[in-house]
Design a protein around this ligand. Structure first.
Ligand SMILES: [Cu+2]
Length: 123
């Protein structure tokens, strides 16, 4: 009976070794992201989002009016005008940190971190 835990431990170690695969080109962030502008509060969720360079973020607006106004930064996408019960998507072509606010509600802020695309493999 004492052998079973030992065998289990060996099996777990072996599994860990086999599941370790080299993935040097795995991107550091997803290519799409989603943010919800709250219908009941003045907040964006998630407040900070990571997305891969060239990726798209979609904001979903409920019944409370909000907008997405980017802090003026090179590479920032177009603002999303005040809207309700709607969605709006923006593509982030440039890596960087893009902060935004809702100009209707003080303190309603968010950030999109755009992670550089992985470099192409040399063949
Ligand atoms: Cu707002």
């Amino acid at each position: 009976m004492r052998r079973i835990p030992l065998l289990t431990a060996v099996a777990l170690v072996a599994t860990a070794c086999f599941s370790e695969k080299p993935e040097p080109l795995e991107p550091g962030a997803p290519s799409t992201g989603a943010v919800t502008a709250s219908s009941t509060a003045n907040s964006f969720t998630p407040q900070i989002l990571n997305v891969l360079q060239g990726g798209t973020v979609t904001w979903t607006f409920g019944t409370r009016p909000h907008n997405v106004t980017f802090v003026q930064t090179a590479g920032a996408p177009q603002n999303v005008p005040t809207t309700t019960s709607n969605t709006a998507s923006r593509t982030f072509a440039s890596p960087g940190t893009f902060a935004y606010v809702c100009t209707l509600h003080a303190g309603m802020v968010g950030t999109v971190n755009v992670v550089p695309a992985p470099t192409q493999p040399t063949r």
